[in-house]
Design a protein around this ligand. Structure first.
Ligand code: XMP
Length: 515
């Protein structure tokens, strides 16, 4: 991404927290990017960073093959802040000594320091920090001094002031280090000399320029799902290349109530984006007929999507780029220094998964941003709140919420119940407090009584969770009257449902979606 202001580069050594560092720096209004720890030095130099941060990482410097940067990085003359593993790299590579600590230090500690003008300016001389490390520095490299200590870490913060090398054993990027943002801000502004000029407006400008430069007069194809990411990507790219962007929106029959109309209204009518609406409902539903196995459903939906999308793309004529709303967390999961393959819990079907034979170049303008940054960007671009603020919705849609056989009738039932649930959540002003809310239709029928009549109808389960990143989730504590209203309305207004449950399992052990 082109940018005009100063840049802080984060070298990623594979820490779970490394994702946070770049965004914390951006919160201080300085642009920041993450690159792999082994980036070639000429590339790094060409980025002209005002400062470099070494992220933490789970490795030990003594492990064979542990990630180490090119030693040349210390000769670039650019201030460096090493975090956790980053500090151990200083010690290990510049002539100090690192040892395995007798015990892993994990959790809250208190940093003592006397610095009033440098890294710890405006940070209380006794301040809470978050530690998580197994190795520790025992001998400082030449020229370094201690600038802060904790009870268990005599070298909790070190510096070589002349060379502007700073190291902290703790994690300033996490919320458990309350003054962490101030510390990062001191590094970025005071020690690296960056001014606070970056914001989403400048991101838009720089992005638009970069997209124009890359795309020139060529054609861009975008699979628009109506979700936050693809919507923001589409509007951003449209701003850059106008009618050279072609969006394809596939109605797979598994969408929420009113979704196809809403997407067409926003993108075609408001933004005047070339939007190709494909009604493929019959095709999806016939491919799914009789299928109950969750993985089979996912595979079928993914496959039919690619087929439909490819056919449509061919119909549109020659395309050069495929736009995707890939976010930074998606990127890091596949490139992190230590990221290994994890067990497949569900085969995720992300709309826009690149059909390889199409031979299109990828355009991923959001791949440096986090979800909430993408929301801010969407607002900056004028997207309505009903899109930027919406809960995540899975690619296979209601297909994985219609447990058991998928039929149009059951989907219509589910759509109605879902719309009521979301409407009541919004009315109670709880939508923003919930990560995701959904309704599942269960493959069970139960007996009920409605107006003196015996009924034998479907059962649905409401699910609402809070979460940071969907990896773990907790069930949302509703005021009981909200649940009561939803249950009453669903049973009264939705034909074919006579029983409503509320799901109180967290993730793990349950996933957010039922299938
Ligand atoms: P689970 O059910 O695995 O879901 O706890 C975690 C988050 O991912 C969403 N999800 C998907 N998103 N394609 C997507 O783009 C998918 O195939 C898919 N499956 C689940 C889910 O809604 C939740 O937010």
């Amino acid at each position: 991404m082109e940018h005009t202001g100063p840049l802080i580069v984060v070298l990623d050594f594979g820490a779970q927290y490394s994702k946070l560092i770049a965004r914390r720096v951006r919160e201080t209004k300085v642009y920041s990017l993450i690159v792999p720890y082994n980036i070639p030095m000429d590339k790094l130099r060409a980025m002209n960073p005002a400062g470099i941060i070494f992220s933490g990482g789970p490795s030990s410097v003594h492990q064979e093959g542990s990630p180490k940067p090119d030693p040349e990085v210390f000769r670039l003359g650019v201030p460096i802040l090493g975090i956790c593993y980053g500090v151990q790299l200083f010690a290990h590579m510049l002539g100090g000594k690192v040892e395995r600590a007798p015990e892993r230090e994990y959790g809250i500690a208190y940093l003592e320091h006397r610095d009033t003008t440098g890294l710890f300016a405006d940070v209380d001389s006794f301040t809470q920090v978050w530690m998580s490390h197994g190795d520790r520095v025992v001998t400082l490299p030449e020229g370094f001094e201690v600038i802060g200590k904790t009870q268990n870490s005599p070298f909790a913060a070190i510096a070589h002031k002349e060379r502007k090398l700073y190291g902290v054993q703790f994690h300033p990027e996490v919320v458990h280090t309350p003054k962490g943002k101030r510390i990062l801000s001191n590094f970025v502004h005071t020690l690296c000399g960056c001014d606070a000029s970056w914001d989403m407006g400048s991101f838009v400008e720089a992005s638009v320029q970069a997209i124009r430069q890359k795309v020139k007069n060529k054609k861009v194809l975008c699979a628009l799902s109506g979700g936050v990411d693809s919507s923001v990507a589409a509007v951003l790219i449209h701003k850059a290349v106008g009618d050279n962007l072609n969006c394809v929106f596939v109605n797979n029959g598994l969408l929420r109530k009113g979704e196809p109309a809403m997407v067409q209204r926003v993108f075609r009518d408001n933004f005047h984006i070339n939007l190709d609406y494909v009604d493929a409902e019959d095709r999806f539903l016939s491919a799914l007929r009789g299928v109950t196995d969750p993985e089979k459903k996912r595979k079928i939906i993914g496959k039919v999507f690619i087929d439909v999308f490819e056919e449509e793309a061919r119909r549109l004529g020659h395309m050069d780029f495929l736009a995707q709303g890939t976010l930074y967390p998606d990127v890091i999961e596949s490139t992190s220094a230590t990221g290994g393959p994890s067990a497949t819990i569900k085969s995720h079907h992300n709309v826009g998964g690149l059909p390889e034979e199409m031979n299109l170049e990828l355009l991923e303008p959001l791949n440096e941003l986090f979800k909430d940054e993408v929301r801010t960007l969407g607002r900056e671009l004028g997207l309505p709140e009903e899109i930027v603020g919406r809960h995540p919705f899975p690619g296979p849609g209601l297909g994985v919420r219609c447990v058991g056989k998928i039929t149009r009738k059951r989907l219509d039932t589910l759509r109605e119940a879902d719309a009521i649930f979301i409407e009541e959540i919004k009315k109670a002003d709880l939508y923003g407090d919930i990560w995701q809310a959904l309704v599942c239709l269960l493959p069970v029928r139960s007996v009920g009584v409605q107006g003196d009549e015996r009924t034998y109808e479907e059962v649905c389960s409401l699910r609402a969770v809070t979460s940071e990143d969907a990896m773990t989730a907790d069930w949302f504590r509703f005021p009981p009257e909200v649940l009561l209203r939803v249950a009453n309305r669903v049973c009264n207004e939705v034909k074919h449902i006579n029983r409503v449950l509320y799901d109180i399992t967290s993730k793990p052990p349950s996933t957010i979606e039922w299938e």
